[in-house]
Ligand binder design. Structure first.
Ligand code: PSU
Ligand code: MN
Length: 304
């Protein structure tokens, strides 16, 4: 066992009997949503997974310890602290651990810690990707490299068009990451079900998702798998409205000279403010939807 890792008793027990476990990230709590909706949503995701017969493992760095499975108090702490908590990507882990600090885990670091713990399925909202203008800024999320190397299935609602979705798909193709549409041929764009870009494969059941990932693991092919699950129709947003908000947020971001790790949290917060909270309601529904699919898929993998 990795001496920096703490697995909660509930998660450890589930893993020991080969039961279904679903990892959840914590940057979505600290940087992705405002308090108190962030804490409420994190706890609802955990409940959704338990109700579906799986065990949630919310991941974070607390006092320099890598945690798979948080207490409600730890979730409250991350949610209240918000952006005061470090957003922890792969490059941040060594110093945060050595200094015994807290860190909210992104998709990247949640995959790393899930893999250390032996967790195969991870549910979130959206992943990072290739930013618009990356041809000159080189702003490409570490999430894509992690998907290329770490054996975890990431279930998300696609990516927001704060990113260049076409370039994000090209990058994933180069890195050999299968991009699956759940019940769709088209990459969903987080708030909307459509983006105009095709996924690699459409799969329609949790059994099929589990079988494809099992085959990938059995063949020893490096890396994860990206499952994109469209937001339920009734919660999806008007594309013109959301795209106008995204364009405005991107313009403000470059006017203010924001760059690096602050870019994504800034864009997420501005899009939410410009759309007056409607986007937050959609965001909450899509993560719950992803939690349900992840629990069902983790159960299939556990039984297979
Ligand atoms: N996209 C979202 N919601 C999020 C994130 C991205 O729609 O919460 C968060 C995730 O934690 C993701 C991270 O891993 O931002 C990516 O940050 P960056 O673009 O700096 O790699
Ligand atoms: Mn970046």
């Amino acid at each position: 066992m990795n001496r920096y890792l703490d697995i909660s008793p509930e998660v450890r027990e589930a893993l020991a009997k080969g039961g279904p476990v679903v990892a959840l990230e914590s940057t979505i709590i600290s940087h992705g949503m405002p308090y108190p909706q962030n804490v409420e949503t994190a706890l609802r995701m955990e409940k959704t997974i338990r109700d579906a017969g799986a065990v949630p493992a919310t991941v974070a760095v607390i006092g320099g310890r890598l945690k798979a499975g948080l207490s409600p108090e730890e979730i409250e702490h991350l949610g209240r602290s918000g952006r005061a908590v470090a957003k922890a990507s792969r490059r941040d882990l060594p110093v945060l651990v050595a200094r015994k600090q807290d860190g909210a885990t992104t998709v990247t670091t949640t995959m790393i810690i899930a893999a250390m713990a032996g967790i195969k399925v991870f549910a979130t909202g959206g992943i990072g990707g290739v930013h618009r203008g990356a041809q000159t800024t080189m702003d490409i999320s570490a999430d894509l490299e992690e998907l290329a190397q770490t054996p975890v299935m990431v279930i998300c609602a696609g990516a927001k068009s704060i990113l260049d979705l076409g370039l994000t798909l090209e990058y994933l193709e180069t890195k050999g990451v299968p991009v699956i549409g759940y019940g769709t041929d088209e990459l969903p764009a987080f708030y909307t079900r459509r983006s105009g870009f095709k996924v690699d494969y459409r799969l329609d059941t949790p059994e099929e998702l589990a079988a494809a990932f099992r085959a990938k693991l059995d063949m020893g092919l490096r890396g994860g798998m990206l499952v994109t699950n469209p937001i339920p129709e009734e919660f999806s947003m008007d594309p013109d409205r959301i795209n106008a908000a995204i364009d405005q947020a991107i313009a403000e971001c470059s006017e203010k000279g924001i760059r690096g790790k602050d870019t994504t949290p800034f864009l997420l917060a501005r899009v939410k403010d410009i759309t007056g909270g409607d986007s937050l309601a959609s965001n909450i529904q899509l993560v719950l939807n992803n939690a349900r699919l992840a629990a069902a898929t983790a159960k299939c993998l556990a039984n297979g």
